[in-house]
Design a protein around this ligand. Structure first.
Ligand SMILES: CC(=O)SCCNC(=O)CCNC(=O)[C@H](O)C(C)(C)COP(=O)(O)OP(=O)(O)OC[C@H]1O[C@@H](n2cnc3c(N)ncnc32)[C@H](O)[C@@H]1OP(=O)(O)O
Ligand SMILES: N[C@@H](CCO)C(=O)O
Length: 307
């Protein structure tokens, strides 16, 4: 959250140079506050798990947040019950005429398919087009980030030889970017995917900036220069045991899967893993919510500020 200080206090300038977010008294006086309206487009088969993971992170700020859960109307879910979707979820046609402060588009286990073969692709492209007009900032996760980079900017995804699987050290690429505020120089993020986006493809797009990557697992954070779109290749939202669950699932299916790197003590899957990414996850989500959503979104969002 911003700190509010008297308008002409000398410390204000020093803190602003250090990139500490300072709000002067006159701006604070005029700032109206209301709950943020955040939609989560949940494309994961394990919807209840993902709901909990994301709500845990967006609930960890002092902001009041109204959450609307969305699922694609053009996909019949095998792994989440119709009752659960009926009770807790809406579809895009029910919210299309509204404005949102933030939208989160999750990952999905469809990375082996061409985008156009995903049965809700046409609906997803409509939602992504709508997000440019009706949402202050959209955070795309894992396959959701590949889908967004491809649809909005033509950035392709590529298969990798071996699943990028484990908890990888990451670094930041840019200074003084609000999304990275407070990040350690080295921080850890779970990655679990068979595909990647490449630096050379992103660097061809002048509207995009690469904010963070890992020597081992590649590009992590990309954003549009106006902050309206954030693309996250990893799963900072994962629980401590999610990678273990994915590993055990694949072992039990007889798949040729390597032990996730840098995760189990001594790389021993019989031992209980410990998380090393929770602090980073909380900071990523609170920075996005604070600087890209809350500080940017108009108070009168329903007045159609984006049309
Ligand atoms: C790269 C990333 O984004 S990582 C994020 C994805 N990670 C995960 O989903 C992890 C959790 N998921 C899983 O472990 C597995 O998908 C399971 C165990 C839930 C189900 O696996 P399986 O039984 O092998 O596959 P199943 O045939 O049920 O399909 C799995 C999912 O793939 C997706 N899918 C498969 N084919 C299609 C298709 N043509 N179009 C759109 N979605 C599809 C669906 O989401 C489907 O689940 P859903 O119908 O419940 O939404
Ligand atoms: N994280 C995913 C990758 C599949 O797209 C899984 O292991 O289920």
């Amino acid at each position: 959250m911003p700190i509010k200080v008297p308008d002409h206090l000398p410390a204000r300038e020093i803190l602003a140079e250090e990139n500490i977010f300072v709000m002067d008294e006159s701006r604070a006086y005029h700032q109206d506050i209301r709950p943020l309206r955040i939609a989560i487009l949940n494309l994961m088969p394990t919807k209840e798990t993902t709901e909990t993971q994301l709500l845990r992170l967006i609930g960890n700020t002092p902001l009041q947040i109204e959450v609307v859960l969305l699922h694609p109307a053009t996909h019949v879910s095998k792994n989440t019950s119709a009752e659960h979707l009926e009770m807790f979820y809406k579809t895009f046609d029910e919210i299309e005429d509204q404005w949102y402060d933030g939208l989160i588009i999750t990952g999905a286990p469809v990375e082996h398919m061409p985008f156009e073969d995903v049965n809700y692709w046409e609906e997803l492209t409509r939602i992504m087009d709508w997000s440019k007009r009706r949402v202050t900032s959209t955070l795309h996760i894992c396959w959701g980030s590949q889908a967004g980079l491809y649809h909005h900017y033509g950035v392709p995804k590529h298969d990798v030889d071996k699943k990028i699987f484990g908890v990888f050290p990451h670094t930041t690429e840019k200074q003084n970017v609000p999304l990275l505020r407070g990040f350690d120089e080295l921080f850890f993020v779970p990655q679990s995917r068979h595909t990647e986006v490449r630096r050379e493809d992103i660097e061809k797009v002048p509207e995009l900036v690469i904010l963070s990557e890992s020597d081992e697992s590649g590009i992590y954070l990309v954003a549009s220069k106006d902050g309206k779109q954030v693309f996250v290749s990893g799963h900072s939202e994962y629980d401590p045991l999610t990678l273990k669950w994915e590993y055990d699932r694949d072992v039990s299916k007889g798949m040729d899967i390597e032990v996730p790197v840098n995760y189990f003590p001594n790389n021993d899957p019989s031992r209980l893993p410990r998380s090393s990414w929770r602090a980073h996850a909380n900071l990523l989500f609170s920075n996005w919510l604070n600087y890209y959503v809350y500080q940017e979104t108009p108070y009168d969002i329903d007045m159609g500020a984006y049309i």
